[in-house]
Design a protein around this ligand. Structure first.
Ligand code: NAD
Length: 361
């Protein structure tokens, strides 16, 4: 019998519980197919936790996540809590959980499914074969450096200063993570920086080069961030794994996401040391469609595939999930967000059931 993996489930608000339910069906199906054993524990998080416990991240939910091998998160937030003070906002729980779990990188795959190429704003021939991952550093850089205002020395009035700081250890740990991911894929890593101008980028590049010596099987290229932004639109299929610092990653991962055309399809992971990770769809709680049973569960289902690959080393099961999603889409099944003919769209549960059925074949 295989080892039991503990998964903490925090479904959250809006469509969170609806899409997480379908992802759990997929998890359970892999128990049948591969003999895995998962122990799922559920916790309150986000708006629902504010309503029931008076805080977006209750202590028992956090402890449950800390004891787990991985966390599956739905989405949080909604108009009901939008005007709450900061400490009583669902998003504060998101920042809190990432910090408390020591998550320092965000991983976002951008995969273009052939049958959905028309949903993208790019020409289908440019998108052919696109399957990339952006690895973004989450804890350093200009977002977290010292910030202040002062009177400028040259009579320009008030000036504002944001400092960008990275140390070797921060770059090393994210570089190792990116090389590890590249090793499990097509073994190509693009490190993105602005080393022609920024000192932090020069340190970044030196460190990545040093770390690369431990990964001789991974081909490393350095791409300046402005060039990378262009190449993502010109030749997206030539990228495998992209690793970059916080702000560049923030921008490039959104750009890469748009290649695929629909927010309901995008999975993500946040990783810390070791194999622990938090997995969630990129989309939010979609209050406009919550409770209607029409949300697309694919982003959350693909987040389970990511969890299998990155936290558990269950690559074969991840392949089965991803292939099932592709086959269901190829057969023409669509939820409303990705359907051309909305009158033929299927609901959340039907999409989950079709994917589970396709896994068994
Ligand atoms: P959103 O991603 O929730 O929705 C944007 C649009 O995309 C909506 O029209 C929605 O119906 C649609 N959409 C999103 N996911 C979909 C899916 N799976 N299937 C079909 N359609 C889908 O973004 P928003 O409207 O800006 O935010 C709504 C709430 O979610 C806010 O409270 C926001 O703070 C929160 N939010 C949470 C997270 C998170 O939990 N990680 C991320 C982003 C936004």
């Amino acid at each position: 019998m295989s080892e039991v993996k503990k998964i903490a489930v925090v479904a959250g608000d809006g469509i969170g519980p609806e899409v997480v339910e379908e992802a759990i069906k997929v998890l359970r199906q892999t128990e049948e197919l591969f003999g895995y054993k998962f122990e799922l524990e559920h916790g309150l998080f986000g708006g629902i936790a504010i309503d029931e416990k008076g805080t977006p991240l209750p202590q028992d939910t956090l402890e449950m996540c800390q004891k787990a091998d991985a966390v599956l998160l739905g989405a949080v937030g909604g108009p009901k809590w939008d005007n709450n003070p900061k400490e009583l906002r669902p998003e504060t729980g998101l920042l809190g959980i990432r910090k408390a779990l020591g998550l320092f990188s965000n991983i976002r795959p951008a995969v273009v499914f052939d049958c959905l190429k028309d949903a993208s704003t790019l020409k289908p021939e440019v998108l052919d074969g696109t399957d990339l991952i952006v690895v973004r550093e989450l804890t350093g850089g200009i977002y977290f450096g010292e910030k202040f205002r002062r009177e400028s020395a040259n009579g320009g009035g008030q000036e504002a200063v944001d400092t960008c700081v990275y140390n070797v250890k921060e770059v090393e740990r994210i570089a190792h993570q990116a090389f590890d991911i590249a090793q499990k894929r097509r073994k190509r890593l693009a490190s993105v920086d602005k080393a022609n101008v920024l000192e932090t980028s020069r340190l970044w590049r030196e460190t990545v080069v040093r770390v690369s010596e431990q990964y001789p099987d991974v081909e490393l290229e350095h791409v300046l961030v402005d060039n990378c932004a262009m190449q993502l639109l010109r030749r997206p299929s030539s990228f495998d794994v992209i690793v970059t610092e916080n702000m560049f990653g923030d921008i490039l991962s959104d750009e890469a996401a748009m290649l695929t055309g629909s927010i309901g399809m995008l999975s993500s992971a946040s990783l810390g040391e070791g194999s622990f990770g938090l997995y969630e769809p990129v989309h939010g709680s979609a209050p406009d469609i919550a409770g209607q049973g029409i949300a697309n569960p694919i982003a959350t289902i693909l987040s389970v595939a990511l969890m299998f690959r990155l936290s558990f080393g269950f690559g074969e099961a991840a392949d089965v999930i991803e292939r099932a999603v592709k086959n269901v889409l190829d057969a023409g099944h669509r939820t409303g967000d990705i359907a051309v003919d909305k009158s033929k769209a299927i609901g959340t549960t039907a999409m989950g059931d079709l994917i589970v059925a396709a896994m068994a074949r």
